[in-house]
Design a protein around this ligand. Structure first.
Ligand SMILES: [Zn+2]
Ligand SMILES: [Zn+2]
Length: 244
């Protein structure tokens, strides 16, 4: 399943998590890496754009949670694609610091159960860590197709980042914002629930870093693209707050 969500930007993903292919002049950047089950989807999306896997010049990870790392290690090891991530999430991405689901996960909520089951089917628990990464920091403009700028927005994880492709007016928000509330199943821009964050207060404060940014579309890891404006997304997320 793939769809062009902005000119030259394709969302690829089965259901609960998406990754994005940013195409520029026959070269491409992959923002996040989906799940281990998404390889065929990526190849089909590339083929539809007249490209092969060798067109992918970089994988940029918005953060190190395993549901965003799916194809990263395979692309690095098999195709030599550099995998880039913020410094503060390197230990988790490389498996030095193992990821654990929170004991406070409300697994009995239907929407949470559905996501967990989808994650199992997509083989997320068997996602290999990335053995080597390239580190980026806040404020850097990355020299990859689309030239996104890094906006460090910690709280969901310590190294969570938003990637801003300013020329395209596209904002990749990772899990800094989702457009579906995993706890209630309701749609609309929200922060990740508390059980999924390292620091709720920091996650909320990080929204301030997005104030004033202009984008036609906001692309989250979870949920549909949001075209209602960045300011409106932030207002909505601040109003809803964080689920305990
Ligand atoms: Zn996450
Ligand atoms: Zn996620």
């Amino acid at each position: 399943m793939s769809a062009e969500v902005a000119p030259g930007v394709h969302r690829i993903g089965g259901g609960f998590v998406g990754m994005y292919l940013l195409v520029e002049g026959g070269r491409a950047t992959l923002v996040d890496a989906g799940t281990p089950r998404d390889r065929r989807r990526l190849e089909r999306t590339l083929a539809a754009a007249g490209l092969g896997l060798d067109a992918v010049e970089a994988v940029l990870l918005t953060h190190a949670h395993p549901d965003h790392l799916g194809l990263a290690e395979r692309l690095r090891a098999d195709q030599g694609v550099p995998v880039e991530i913020h410094r503060a999430d390197v230990a988790m991405a490389t498996g030095v610091e193992p990821f654990r689901l929170s004991p406070h996960l409300p697994w009995w909520r239907p929407s949470v159960t559905r996501t967990l089951v989808a994650g199992l089917f997509a083989r997320v628990p068997w996602t290999p860590p990335v053995r080597e990464v390239v580190v980026f920091d806040d404020g850097e403009v990355l020299d990859v197709p689309g030239r996104p700028r890094v906006i460090h927005a910690p709280g969901h994880t310590a190294g969570s980042c938003v990637l801003y492709a300013e020329a395209r007016r596209v904002l990749f928000v990772g899990d800094v914002l989702a457009t579906v509330d995993i706890v209630t199943g309701r749609e609309g821009p929200v922060l990740s629930p508390s059980f999924a964050n390292v620091d709720d207060e920091q996650a909320l404060a990080s929204l301030d870093r997005l104030d004033g940014i202009v984008a036609d579309v906001l692309l989250p890891g979870h949920g549909r693209p949001w075209t209602g404006g960045v300011a409106e997304a932030l207002t909505h997320a601040r109003r809803v707050g964080i689920h305990p």
